[in-house]
Design a protein around this ligand. Sequence first.
Ligand code: SF4
Length: 478
Amino acid sequence: MSHYETGLKEECGVFGIYDLDGGDVSRSVYYGLEALQHRGQESCGIAVSDTEGPKGRVKSCKGIGLLSEVFRPGKIEELNGNIGVGHVRYSTSGSLNVNNAQPLVLNYIKGSLALAHNGNLVNALELREEMENSGAIFHTTIDSEVIAYCIARERVKSDKIEDAVKKACDQIRGAFAIVLMSPRKLIGARDPYGLRPLCIGKRDNAYIFASEDCALHSIGAEFIRDVRPGEIVTVGTDGELRSTFMDSVVDPAKQARCIFEYIYFARLDSKIDGVSVYDARIRGGAALARSFPVEADLVVGVPDSGLASAKGYSEESGIPFGMAFHKNSYVGRTFIKPSQDERESSVRIKLSVIESVVRGKRIVLVDDSIVRGTTIGNLIRTLKRFGATEVHVRISSPPFLHPCYFGVDVPSNKQLIASSHSVEEIRKMIGADSLGYMPIEELQNMVGKDLPICKACFNSDYPMEVPTHEIRDLLEGC
Ligand code: SF4
């Protein structure tokens, strides 16, 4: 299901490109961000600069809405330069504010910086308070500005921007994938746990950083490699990739990739840290079939992110895979609807059931998560109205029980159905004939044993110390 229908919100997408031959990059940033639009639909922005031109003169454009809404005809042409960064954002509720859109552009004594960040810091409030006490003035409410300010503060005391980034990264704690543009350099950095993805690509004589490799392919670039957890990669005017590591780098066994990237957030055609998102979902579906077998006639997935898991369930169980839903892509984005009622009715309009597929059949319905339970309940009722005789629900993630502090806006415990109801109670509430959630011990198999994962929203085993729930509500990441 899509993010705005479940109530889970991620996150952001970041993109950066440096064309060492001097070609204009703003269109490439636009197309790269378009491929990352699934990571954030509420605001977006692009900042570019000309490395041959006046040092650090940054042109930028950002606004509320999709890329196609913010970058009206002619806008991109106004942004010329051979180095650029871009960002798509999904804000937490109540903070839909153009000031919080990124990239953040900072003018300071050493020139300009433009920063795009994905993730959430756990010590942002502490750092912000300390900075405000020493005279800093913040223009936004996002912790990305804390990172930018930290880098600028360190830059004044460092010989090179990458040294300043390293010092700043050793002060911040939490999840971050950063792309930063200085007057002559493009830098990508990833938190020591590798919570959020970031990869490197190349097209002719241009280097690219992107949240997912689907953005590289969309601009005809080749994937080079993922940025490693705790690594800072710098592209300078000589075209060399220089790598350095943060002091805060952790033992590889303690790294913690967000498993939700594979279950739900990332695009199906992306590969993160060497693991294909599609393959991970197929394996997840197969694990569900082994854990919760059932006699049925057809396996169907809830578009979009439930489809591959449904295929995996079908392959493992031998029950045929079918397409039960038509998704109307032209229905407006449901998150802009203010009330829950409207949100739910919009979902009904967006996903309609294909009666000839489901009539008279015992259906296995696979989805990626249950947050409040209302959406899946509607789908089950509709399937039965169109003649499905039984609906067995299989969920490709374990029940959500704990908040995320690393950039995924999981609704508060009160709204999470699993935090106050047993599986059997949820089954009854949604009207399913049976219900099975992915066993937590199967999650690792989705990505293979060599990639340590974070699964804290299911078992509260956070990879680092986290603040209290009250403080979490004040954190505003990206
Ligand atoms: Fe991802 Fe959950 Fe960990 Fe947050 S707590 S980073 S959503 S696995």
